[in-house]
Ligand binder design. Structure first.
Ligand code: B4P
Length: 186
C-alpha cells in the first residue's frame, strides 16, 4: 500500500508514520528525516539545507525531489511506503505524480491529519523542550505554520480533486489517532 501523510508541522505525521509502518509492514519515508540525516552527515546537500531548515522555510524543490527519487528507487519500497513530509507545495505534488507514474507506483490513499493551531503550538513547544530540535524555536515554528498555510494547504485541494484524500481528526491520544488512520485506510 502506498500512502501519503499530510498535515501541518506538529500534526503527528512523523509520530503516526513510525507506528503505522509496523502495522502495514512498509517503510516510512520522511523527507524531513532524510534532510536531517544529510545535515548530520555534513554532505554538500546537507550543508545547503541546514540554514533553510533551521529558519523553517522549505528546502528547494530540486534538492528534495532528487533525494526522494533516490529513496523511492530502493528495493524495500517496491511493496509500498508511507510518505511523510512530501509534497509540501503544488509543484512537489505534480512532481510526485510524475515520478510515481514513471515507477508505476500510484498513490492509493492520501491522509490529512487535522489539528487545531493551539494544539500544534503546544506539541512543538513540548518537543522543543524535550529534544531541542533546531527548527522548534518560537520564531521558526511561526514561520513553518505560515509556510504551511501559504504553500502546503493547497495540496489538500489537489488530492481532494484527485479523489484519494481522506481527512482524519488528529487530536487525542497517539493510539486513538492510529486506530482512526487504520480504519480510514479500510
Ligand atoms: P518535518 O520533519 O516534516 O517536520 P514537521 O512538519 O514538524 O513534522 P514531524 O513529522 O516531525 O512532527 P510530528 O507532527 O510527528 O520537516 C522539517 C523541515 O524539513 C521543514 O520545515 C523543511 O525545512 C524541511 N522539509 C521537509 N520536507 C520537505 C519538503 N518536502 N520540501 C521542502 N522542505 C522540506 O510531531 C510533533 C510533536 O508532536 C512531537 O513532539 C510529537 O511527540 C508530538 N505529538 C504527535 N502526536 C501527538 C499526540 N497525539 N498527542 C500529543 N503529542 C503528539
Amino acid at each position: 500500500m502506498r500512502i501519503v501523510l499530510l498535515g501541518a508541522p506538529g500534526s503527528g505525521k512523523g509520530t503516526q508514520a513510525t507506528l503505522l509502518k509496523n502495522r502495514l509492514n512498509v517503510p516510512h519515508v520522511s523527507t524531513g528525516e532524510l534532510l536531517r540525516a544529510a545535515v548530520a552527515a555534513g554532505t554538500p546537500l546537507g550543508k545547503q539545507a541546514k540554514s533553510v531548515m533551521e529558519s523553517g522555510s522549505l528546502v528547494s524543490d530540486e534538492i528534495v525531489l532528487g533525494m526522494l527519487e533516490e529513496r523511492l528507487c530502493l528495493d524495500d519500497v517496491q511493496r509500498g511506503f508511507i510518505l511523510d513530509g512530501y509534497p509540501r507545495n503544488l509543484a512537489q505534488a505534480r512532481a510526485l505524480d510524475t515520478l510515481l507514474d514513471r515507477l508505476k507506483q500510484p498513490v492509493d490513499k492520501t491522509l490529512q491529519l487535522d489539528v487545531a493551531e493551539n494544539t500544534l503550538l503546544a506539541r512543538l513547544a513540548g518537543r522543543a523542550k524535550a529534544e531541542g530540535r533546531a527548527d522548534d524555536n518560537p520564531q521558526s515554528v511561526a514561520h513553518r505554520l505560515h509556510v504551511y498555510q501559504q504553500q502546503t494547504a493547497p495540496v489538500i485541494d489537489y488530492y481532494q480533486s484527485h479523489g484519494t484524500l481522506v481527512r482524519v481528526p488528529g487530536e487525542g491520544s497517539v493510539e486513538e489517532i492510529l486506530e482512526r488512520i487504520v480504519a480510514a485506510l479500510g
